[in-house]
Ligand binder design. Structure first.
Ligand code: MAN
Length: 438
């Protein structure tokens, strides 16, 4: 300490030894990182205890001006200070303890975060394997349904042909009977009505033909509009026999909306009479229903496979450490908006009125080449009025919890979010040594 130094002797030795340090003394040494900000070169320096303001060139001039010695930080034991009326204190022990505690605390927190990261990596590996197995199972189910579909399509066609053949045969028989002198009224078949409506005999019934031959039950003088005719044909402008049976024929049979002009009563069905035809028709209907059921199941499995493949095609990080974020959403309320980030899917902004606006759909990782997984880009959101399309950049930061920490809109409709997660924590490159003093 300066007080222990005798003037002259100490002055000369210390001045010579330390002059070289003082020359670049503004490169302050011997301070903990947390104190570094106090030593930025300015016009004046405020002692850390706030007791005194001194010109900055008196910092590290080997003369203690501050009671707490903070203007002479190179030697925390103040052994290099001399000729000072202010007794410099030996702060090494306190500073060292504080620094060590801080470093230990930080190391503990980082250790805990890295442990959580490891758990999430393991979870990601398991989920990935599960999804792969799920995909294989779905693929098997899909192949099986495909085989069933092939069989059911053939079965349906066969049953329909059978029913049609029986009906055709019955119609032939009836036409012969109708021409006989003993003929009496019989209900009509869909085929005979189809033929009757198909004026130009081209094998299909068109909107024009419907308008020409049919009228509303309530008002036979009234012509059907084009829209009404299209609706009767199930939304089509032209139908074949089989579509006719599924659409217009059904309406004619119920007889409560349209009727054939000049005709009384409701056209009948062959199946109402003949048990063989009835059985064939219901077998064809059952085959259609079975086919429809399997087609629906196939469609569902197809979509699941598509979604799963899409999900598995995403880059979840070098160790799939970000996979756990998929299927999760994170919200944060900032002023009047509720922001929602669904990683690898989309970002939205909900206003107080409940309107939800897209701030972008998952685009890509966007960090620098050495660490691409520290930023995510979500693009092509809702266009901004008189501005660009909304886009969001998500910055991934290290933290214990996985949560959305901040949302900003630095320029109109361009959003920046911070998503905190232990997965973004990296092991410290180099542990600082723990010394008894600084
Ligand atoms: C909405 C929000 C804002 C955006 C403006 C642009 O109010 O999406 O974030 O800045 O539209 O008009």
């Amino acid at each position: 300490m300066f007080t222990n130094c005798s003037l002259g002797h100490c002055h000369i030795i210390v001045a010579v030894v330390l002059w070289s340090i003082c020359v670049d003394s503004r490169k302050i040494r011997g301070i903990s990182l947390s104190y570094k900000r106090f030593y930025r070169e300015r016009k004046s320096f405020l002692c850390i205890d706030g007791s005194k303001m001194i010109p900055f060139d008196q910092v590290n001039d080997d003369y203690c001006d501050c009671m707490d010695g903070s203007d002479e930080p190179d030697c925390c034991d103040a052994s290099d200070e001399y000729r000072s009326q202010t007794p410099c204190q030996n702060t090494c022990r306190n500073l060292g303890q504080r620094e060590r505690a801080e470093v230990e605390g930080q190391t503990r927190v980082l250790g805990e975060r890295l442990r959580l990261k490891q758990l999430l990596i393991e979870e990601g590996v398991l989920t990935w394997r599960e999804k792969q197995a799920q995909l294989r199972d779905l693929q098997r189910v899909s192949d099986d349904l495909q085989t069933q579909l092939d069989d059911l399509r053939k079965e349906e066609a066969r049953r329909k042909e059978e029913a049609d053949a029986l009906r055709e045969r019955e119609i032939g028989a009836r036409e012969t009977a109708d021409n006989s002198p003993t003929s009496h009224y019989r209900p009509e078949s869909p085929i005979s009505v189809f033929k009757e409506l198909d004026s130009n005999r081209d094998g299909s019934i068109t909107v024009d033909e419907v308008q020409a031959k049919l009228s509303p039950v309530q008002d036979e003088e009234h012509a059907l509009s084009e829209d009404e005719a299209v609706a009767l044909l199930g939304g089509a402008h032209r139908v074949d026999l089989s579509r006719f049976e599924e659409t217009l024929w059904t309406s004619l049979r119920t007889g409560d909306s349209v009727t054939i002009k000049g005709r009384r009563g409701v056209p009948g069905s062959l199946a109402d009479e003949d048990p063989n035809i009835k059985a064939a028709v219901s077998a064809a209907e059952k085959a259609s229903a079975d086919l429809k059921r399997v087609e629906d199941a196939y469609e569902t499995v197809y979509m699941e496979i598509r979604d799963l493949r899409e999900k598995l095609s995403i880059d979840y990080g070098s160790e799939r450490e970000f996979l756990f974020l998929h299927d999760q959403c994170f919200q944060l309320k900032v002023y009047e908006y509720i922001y929602e980030l669904c990683p690898f899917s989309q970002v939205t902004q909900k206003s107080a009125s409940g309107e939800v606006v897209s701030l972008g759909k998952w685009g890509s990782w966007a960090g620098p080449p050495e660490n691409p997984y520290c930023q995510m880009r979500y693009e092509s959101g809702e266009p901004c009025w008189q501005g660009p399309t909304r886009n969001t950049m998500v910055m991934l930061i290290c933290g214990t919890e996985t949560a959305l920490r901040s949302v900003k809109e630095p320029s109109k409709c361009q959003y920046v979010m911070e998503l905190q997660t232990p997965v973004s924590c990296q092991p410290a490159l180099r542990q600082r040594g723990v010394h008894s003093e600084l």
